[in-house]
Design a protein around this ligand. Structure first.
Ligand SMILES: Nc1nc2c(c(=O)[nH]1)N[C@H]1C(S)=C(S)[C@@H](COP(=O)(O)OP(=O)(O)OC[C@H]3O[C@@H](n4cnc5c(N)ncnc54)[C@H](O)[C@@H]3O)O[C@H]1N2
Ligand code: MOO
Length: 408
């Protein structure tokens, strides 16, 4: 029986695939998911230091002429204490004298002679100004990375600042992809007028790679149970098999039957959603299987809505839910009510423009879209400017239109 969208999401939320890990140099961890919590093993800054090139002084001496007793560079290992009316010349990042209570930038001082300075008139000095204090950035034992966090450049900042060279990350999940359909040919093959190119398989190979998976193309099944079974058997070392086509009720739709003969444990048999209702999800031993419909747009949208969440599980991410951005509908919209509906569109930063021509069998839709909305089954009409919850698909947030992005 077909499930509603919330039950489908709940099933995915409650999958607990077994995840393997490996330990790799941090330089290679980009886009991987951490399999360990990381705590700070040292405070940052490690010692009180200067934020400016200038002079470290005692705040109470700010109106006096000061003797320059030493110079401290970043990296110097010093242990200086200031006496009254003394100061040290100091560089940005250098350890300050233990009792210094202000740093005066060089340009706010005048040199009286080689060894004497005075803060220029009219300069207001605040106690502790331009001092970076021990631990104000990172405190000892602070949690820096959680299990399930995706590693990006800013996590690399944290790891390298702590002298951490290697990280335990989840192994990339193995995804096997194939399609079925007698009419299909691969894009590098010669085709006849009555045949079509298989665009779904390359799509899912590309998308799964983008999402951090190791992907294998398994080939293309003929419209026969035996042919599909052979590909399934060859794919069972994968964590997830993605297929498309052959899941509806046509005389040549054998995907379902082929899986059934192989101890397929059906988890989802149809989703009450448009497009993509005939979607099937299940498991053989430890391999999950997502049978998407053959229609290119239907399969791609179902993959974006549900398949991506399955992949979030398989890569070990702790981000297991869709997030959205609020934006306005650019023009009024009318749809047939009765089913939850996925609608692709282009969000320009303010307005969501529905892609008008969007039949489930089309291929020329998602390349024009960067996002989608999911409408409740009660909705029939939406007015222009209606506030939508927009789910990103292909979202880099650069645009081909020059915009003034400064907040004024
Ligand atoms: N009597 C009914 N017919 C259909 C129903 C239904 O409920 N009752 N559901 C429709 C819906 S909804 C969908 S979606 C499709 C799904 O069908 P299949 O998954 O069995 O897909 P196919 O029949 O194999 O193909 C459908 C369509 O997509 C093209 N296709 C298939 N694979 C690829 C590929 N890899 N690359 C590009 N295009 C592909 C195929 O040529 C067909 O045109 O069933 C409806 N029918
Ligand atoms: O999945 Mo179908 O029409 O809903 O393309």
């Amino acid at each position: 029986m077909a499930l509603n969208i919330n039950d489908t999401l709940k099933i995915i939320e409650n999958l607990y695939p077994s995840l393997d890990f490996e330990i790799i140099p941090i330089e290679e961890t980009i886009n991987r998911i951490s399999a360990e919590n990381i705590f700070a093993n040292c405070s940052l800054p490690k010692f009180d230091n200067s934020a400016m090139d200038g002079y470290a002084i005692l705040f109470d001496d700010r109106n006096n002429e000061l003797d320059v007793i030493d110079t401290i560079f970043a990296g110097d290992n010093t242990n200086i204490t200031l006496n009254k009316n003394c100061c040290v010349k100091i560089m940005t990042g250098a350890k300050i004298p233990s009792n210094a209570t202000a740093i005066i930038p060089k340009e706010e001082t005048k040199l009286l002679n080689n060894n004497k300075i005075k803060i220029k008139n009219k300069i207001k000095v605040k106690e502790f100004q331009h001092i970076k204090f021990i631990g104000e950035d990172i405190s000892l034992n602070e949690k820096l990375i959680n299990i399930g966090d995706r590693i990006n450049f800013s996590k690399i900042t944290l790891l390298s600042s702590q002298g951490i060279s290697h990280l335990k990350v989840y192994k990339k999940p193995k995804i096997a992809v194939f399609a079925s359909g007698e009419e299909l040919k691969l894009h590098y093959e010669k085709i006849e007028d009555y045949q079509i190119y298989n665009s779904n398989t390359p799509t899912f190979i590309a998308r799964a790679k983008e999402l951090g998976c190791e992907v294998t193309f398994m080939g293309q099944a003929k419209d026969s149970v035996e042919s599909i079974k052979e590909l399934i058997n060859n794919s069972l070392n994968a964590d997830l098999i993605i297929t498309s086509g052959g899941v509806s009720v046509g005389d040549a739709d054998f995907t379902k039957e082929a899986f059934q003969t192989l101890d397929f444990d059906t988890i989802i048999d149809g989703i009450i959603i448009k497009p993509g209702k005939p979607t099937i999800f299940g498991k053989i031993k430890n391999t999950y299987i997502l049978n998407l419909p053959g229609n290119p747009l239907a399969s791609a949208l179902i993959f974006e809505l549900f398949g991506r969440l399955i992949i979030q599980k398989l890569i070990g991410s702790n981000n297991l839910y869709h997030n959205f951005i609020l934006g306005k509908l650019s023009n009024k919209l009318e749809i047939k009510k009765g089913k939850y509906t996925i609608i692709p569109g282009m969000f320009d930063g303010e307005y969501f423009h529905v892609i008008e021509k969007r039949s489930p069998g089309m291929v020329n839709v998602l390349s024009k879209a960067n996002s989608m909305i999911v409408l409740d089954d009660e909705i029939e009409k939406l007015p222009k400017d209606y506030m939508l919850k927009i789910l990103p698909i292909n979202w880099k947030f650069f645009t081909d239109i020059k915009k003034d992005f400064i907040t004024k």
